[in-house]
Design a protein around this ligand. Structure first.
Ligand code: XIL
Length: 303
């Protein structure tokens, strides 16, 4: 196959990109998205600050722009994200425990309800685990402070009720190394959720990497999550670097996913280095002029 999406589809997978509604007036950007990718994640447009800037008033205009374009092209859509300490509107920070609980459930119900039936997988909870620290420690946030560690479970239960057909994912960064404490914590949570019947369908590995930092056990890590009975998706892939070293890193990540049957798809966090959130790292598959990089060819070959 001659494109990323078509190559991924040969094994039943998708290959997606994060898209920003604000760049959709760039015709080369949209043309590259349409040609190469068969899935999308809105980069910022579904986050809490974008969808519910003040309590109870929901805005979906820019997310809808991405969703309707994706639907017209038959692309899979990943919803990102419902409960996250980042890009959270300030009104959430002032809520009491009871108000925060009802606001969280109301947010999940409204955002998932608006897109019901249209979303392949939702990142229900994003980045809840702490960096460093002991296995299982969560990052301190308004959610842990007011609701306790059980907020993750509460969010997943509410999400299942809001759209029973969407896959529900836990998504995080620095959970790429099979043995890291942060990875062990997420692994134990997923295992516990499965054992107790808390709804969870997938783990998202953000995989914001650099060419020297792809763990040697990356494939083993995907396999260990899959063995718990969940899908694994690489959700925000970008790899800082250049040339053949960057291409090799992309090849290894791609092969790690295609080697594990339950690794169902990959998403790169943007299309062109020009618009990457990691400016200067040049971490994507197309350069600033939308030319294919060596990394692009490595991915296409590995799919
Ligand atoms: C980033 C976006 O790419 C930026 O445009 C925005 O300014 C900040 O957020 N982990 C995530 C993503 O889950 O939502 C983040 O996206 C990157 C890190």
């Amino acid at each position: 196959a001659g494109t990323l999406g078509a190559a991924a589809a040969q094994s039943g997978r998708y290959y997606g990109a994060a898209i920003a509604a604000g760049h959709m007036n760039d015709s080369t950007y949209v043309a590259t998205w349409d040609r190469e990718y068969n899935a999308v994640t809105p980069e910022n447009e579904m986050k809490w600050d974008a969808t519910e800037p003040s309590r109870g008033s929901f805005r979906f205009t820019s997310a809808d722009q991405i969703v309707s374009h994706a639907q017209s092209k038959g692309m899979k859509i990943r919803g990102h994200t419902l409960v996250w300490h980042g890009q959270l509107p300030s009104w959430v920070g002032g809520l009491s425990t009871n108000d925060l609980r009802s606001a969280m459930v109301n947010h999940i119900n409204n955002v998932m309800g608006h897109y019901k039936g249209k979303i392949y997988a939702w990142d229900v909870v994003n980045e809840a685990f702490a960096d460093g620290g002991s296995v299982g420690s969560l990052r301190s946030s308004i959610f842990t402070q007011k609701l306790g560690n059980g907020f993750i479970e509460e969010a997943f239960r509410a999400a299942r009720a809001a759209d029973p057909n969407a896959k529900l994912c836990y998504n995080d960064y620095n959970i790429d190394d099979a043995n890291a404490n942060k990875t062990r914590g997420v692994y134990n949570m997923v295992k516990d959720f499965k054992a107790r019947g808390v709804p969870i369908d997938c783990v998202g590995l953000q995989s914001h990497l650099s060419q020297g930092s792809v763990p040697s056990n990356y494939q083993q890590n995907i396999a260990q999550f899959a063995a718990l009975g969940v899908d694994v998706q690489i959700t925000e892939l970008d790899i800082g670097g250049s040339g053949s070293a960057q291409a090799d890193a992309y090849r290894r990540v791609t092969q790690a996913c295609t080697a594990v049957p339950r690794c169902t798809g990959m998403t790169v966090w943007g299309i062109t280095d020009k618009y990457s959130w990691r400016s200067g790292d040049n971490p994507l598959l197309f350069d600033g002029n939308f030319n294919k990089k060596q990394a692009y060819t490595a991915v296409l070959d590995a799919l």
